[in-house]
Design a protein. Structure first.
Lengths: 466, 433
């Protein structure tokens, strides 16, 4: 695992200045931007955990539901009792704070990754791309020397503090973020987005009441402008962030873009997370420059904050088991680059079928709504009856299930199991599911004749034409 | 390069600001809100002491900035109205224009009509209890039906004062508890409207009145007979108090919306720009759509589906609303008409901007489909013969067709309309991406 270098012998193995090492992989960079990355991540996570408490989401998402849509193979992940869930989130808050200050950094990151992922494995209906990103980043960061500087760890053991880290550490994080943007852009390369301006037409029209911007958002061409600009941003921002000559300007665009999306859409922490993390693309020593500028400008507080991002001497953090970790992270990035491609194998219409939709960075790509009711039939007696899932599911669960075939089948099997428990034997379960996608009139979504009690995934009917 | 970008951004922001400010009628100084300063500015412009563009200052749409406009703006600044006449067509924006028309042509006009029908009902009931007879009973029954239908039409936009005053529960609880009503008659309570306000919902309102006015077994003679005798004095008093109570409740509702009363109409239109009930235009708009959907769902599940026994178990005539009068289908039709009015803009107060005008620019296909479904649902309900309690058994096919037509309509409103308007929780109950 990772370790912060401590003795002269280790330092001797890793020169302090750039360019000394021959290989690109072996070069080292300033630790400062990595420290900022860790602090920004921790701060946003603290805010995210706080929002769960403030908005009552712990209760509404994990305590109140009577049924959870488990991920295949993770049925064993079950919620704690109410007090346990609150304790779990309190622990997440403590871990986020530990990440911010860099206290037992590696352990805190690993524990945060596990605890956060555990929460989101409870129920498929709460899947969000940015929560997936949080899990992935926390796990990756737990393998990196994130506490090498600007941390309680470095303060407690100054002999282990470092001013530089291997360059690959920064590149792993950059590539991870670049993949999110890139596949977010790929998801937008479709006729709805580019030709019909959907779902932006719907989303922008709904925000017509915004001060100043509102009236403009209702203009028809604005949806196209946002659509094309959004796709271009997602596809193009990473290269511009990678390129030294444009990355500062590109970061400015990142800030403007995400502030705008935070104003227009209820996407919670995601914009702030990306604004906080994308400075990792800048020159790794940028916080020191901020420090110098702040000191020159007579801003001592800002200067102190910036100085805290870097340790003193030019020590380089050494990662124990570096080769294995690099190999693991390379494999991880290869999977990150490959997994989103499965949608193109599984289906030619992922927005309608949602096959391969999750874990593919299809961020804000469609507007889909549906309604589903179930009809159960006892083949022995011929009796049939209707079940409205809203009687058991929360509004969020019912609405998310209604547009996702695997969850429709999950719930159908649950209804069949409940009927068995109630002594009704093996009932047949059929769904009356209707979905509207990107402003099209709703159409029947799954085969109404299919007995879903015996299906792993609801058989999807073809999407209606335009 | 960077400085050019910053400059361009600043120019764009200024341009946005200048243009967007023109959207609020009465906001003479473009501050984003209507204040006394705006009123003074309009008055100065009216006196030739300054300039003010019509799009902001011609509050009454007369084509010129006059003292009258200044007064209107000052009234708005004091919370006494919302100027809407500025000649820019879309000065309010499409969704606020929809709310304005819903408030004026739909709600205020609708509640005026309701209160008027309720007043006529009170008079008719007064005539009946004064001298019970078949003819007067028929008039009272007709007035009851008309008042109930006027109420049912307004259920499609049952929000604001209606919810605050719990009007629905107080005048239109789904069923009456006749045993408890008989107990009240047998008791010693002063049977006044004020006393009825203290009783439970199952002892007041339309369903309680129906108990007195309709006798499915004895017919007109039976109903009249139960009001005639000296021993029936408390029955007559109860019925009179019920009619008065309904009249008072509906008037309170009307007054809450009236500009000269609670002025909820203006408060509603000013959502997000000074209105006190809804924090934003979106919140108010979403509430309207959700109310409409809720009404459709109530019709589908409670008023048609439950009696038909679509959840299994066969027909349930005991679940039909207003079973004594056989007015269930008329109530359902009025509910659907209310939904159609909100969607098409065909309000009691005249043709105005409906919800469909918001849907059509975003999806002409959905708009066309919803309009067709409204027509289908109204026709399907009209094709079911009253009373519904019999139809669910004797004309089950027609009744099921009506149920399915309403179901299709509800589905289109819930999924298509809400989705295309961004009304549902677009990104789910927590954050979304």
């Amino acid at each position: 695992m990772t370790e912060i270098s401590g003795g002269p012998r280790r330092f001797a193995r890793r020169p302090e200045t750039k360019g000394v090492r021959r290989s690109w992989l072996g070069s080292s960079v300033d630790v400062a931007s990595l420290v900022f990355f860790r602090v920004a991540f921790g701060v946003v996570m603290l805010a995210a955990v706080g929002r769960y408490f403030a908005y009552g989401w712990i209760d509404s998402l994990f305590v109140r539901p009577r049924f959870f849509f488990a991920y295949p193979g993770f049925e064993w992940v079950q919620p704690w009792p109410a007090w346990g869930m609150y304790l779990h989130f309190a622990a997440l808050g403590v871990l986020a704070a530990a990440i911010v200050v860099g206290c037992f950094t590696r352990t805190a990151l690993a524990a945060f990754a596990l605890a956060f992922t555990w929460v989101h494995l409870l129920d498929k209906t709460i899947y969000l791309n940015h929560y997936y990103l949080v899990s992935v980043l926390a796990a990756v960061m737990s393998l990196l020397p994130m506490g090498a500087a600007g941390s309680v760890d470095a303060w407690r053991a100054p002999e282990r503090a470092a001013a530089r880290v291997p360059a690959w550490v920064v590149w792993v994080l950059r590539i991870q973020l670049a993949l999110v943007y890139f596949y977010g852009g790929v998801a937008k390369l479709n006729a709805d987005w580019l030709v019909h301006g959907q779902p932006l037409r719907i989303w922008l029209a709904a925000r017509g009441d915004l001060p100043l911007l509102g009236p403009w958002l209702e203009l028809p061409w604005m949806a196209y402008a946002f659509s094309w600009a959004g796709a271009a941003f997602d596809l193009g921002i990473a290269p511009f962030l990678f390129w030294r000559r444009t990355r500062l300007l590109a970061y400015g665009v990142v800030v403007v873009f995400h502030v705008l999306t935070s104003l227009l859409f209820p996407i919670g922490i995601f914009p702030w997370l990306m604004i906080g993390l994308t400075p990792i693309f800048l020159d790794p020593g940028w916080p020191r420059r901020v420090h110098a500028v702040a000191r020159a400008a007579g801003l001592p507080a800002m200067a102190r904050a910036a100085r805290a991002a870097g340790a003193s001497a030019g020590r380089v953090a050494v990662v124990r088991g570096e080769r294995a970790i690099v190999a693991a992270l390379a494999l991880h990035l290869a999977l990150q680059a490959t997994i989103p491609l499965r949608t193109f194998v599984a289906t030619d219409d992922v927005a309608w079928t949602e096959e391969g939709f999750r874990f593919a960075w299809r961020v804000m790509a469609m507007e889909k709504a549906g309604t589903t009711t179930f009809r159960l039939r006892d083949p022995a007696t011929g009796l049939s009856w209707k079940v409205d899932p809203r009687a058991e599911l929360t509004p969020l669960q019912a609405s998310m299930m209604a547009t996702q075939p695997d969850m429709i089948a999950d719930y159908a099997r649950h209804l069949a199991a409940e009927a068995r428990r109630a002594g009704r034997g093996d009932v047949e379960v059929r769904a009356d599911a209707w979905v509207s996608l990107n402003g099209r009139p709703s159409r029947r979504f799954v085969d109404p004749e299919a007995d879903l009690a015996r299906e792993a995934r609801a058989p999807i009917l073809p999407r209606p034409g335009d | 390069m960077i400085s050019r970008t910053i400059l361009a951004t600043a120019v764009a922001v200024l341009a946005l600001t200048a243009t967007a400010d023109a959207q609020l009628c009465g906001d003479a100084d473009g501050s984003g809100a209507i204040s006394v300063t705006d009123g003074v500015r309009v008055l100065r412009a009216a006196a030739g002491l300054g300039e003010c563009e019509l799009a902001r200052c011609d509050a009454d749409g007369s084509g010129a900035v006059t003292v009258s406009d200044g007064v209107n703006v000052l009234r708005a600044a004091a919370g006494l109205g919302t100027p809407t006449g500025c000649p820019t067509g879309g000065s309010l924006g499409p969704r606020r224009t929809f709310l304005r028309d819903l408030a004026s042509a739909g709600a205020i006009a609708g509640y005026r009509a309701l209160a008027s029908e309720a007043a006529a009902l009170e008079v008719a009931v007064g005539d009946l209890v004064t001298a019970p007879g078949g003819e007067r009973l028929a008039l009272a029954q007709a007035a009851w039906r008309a008042t109930r239908r006027a109420w049912k039409v307004t259920e499609a936009f049952r929000l604001g004062p209606s919810e605050a005053q719990r009007t629905s529960a107080r005048i239109d609880w789904p069923s009456a508890n006749t045993g408890q009503i008989d107990a009240e008659i047998a008791g010693g309570g002063a049977l006044s409207s004020a006393y009825l306000d203290t009783l439970g919902a199952q002892k007041v309102g339309f369903q309680a009145m129906e108990y007195f006015l309709f006798d499915p077994v004895g017919g007109v003679p039976g109903a009249v007979d139960r009001l005639l005798g000296n021993e029936d004095a408390r029955r007559r008093a109860y019925l009179q108090a019920l009619a008065t109570n309904v009249r008072e409740r509906t008037e309170a509702l009307r007054d809450a919306w009236e500009p000269g009363g609670g002025n909820f109409g203006d408060d509603f239109v000013a959502s997000g720009i000074g209105g006190s009930t809804f924090a934003s235009l979106k919140e108010a708009f979403d509430e309207v759509v959700n109310r409409m959907i809720f009404t459709a769902e109530t019709v589908e599940e409670n008023r048609l589906g439950a009696p038909l026994g679509v959840d299994g178990g066969g027909a349930r005539p005991d679940l039909v609303e207003s079973p004594r009068s056989g007015d269930a289908l008329a109530g359902i039709a009025a509910n659907l008409q209310g939904i159609a009015d909100v969607y098409r803009g065909t309000y009691t107060g005249g043709q105005a901007t409906g919800l469909g005008a918001q849907v059509a620019p975003l999806s002409a296909a959905i708009d066309a489909e919803v309009r067709a479904l409204l027509t289908d649902a109204l026709a399907a309900v009209a094709a079911v013969p009253e009373p519904l309690a019999d139809a669910i058994v004797d004309h089950r096919e027609e009744a099921l067709a009506a149920y399915e037509a309403v179901q299709r309509l509800r589905r289109a409103l819930t999924v298509d309309v809400a989705s295309v308007l961004g009304v549902k929780l677009t990104f789910g109950g927590n954050d979304g991406d």
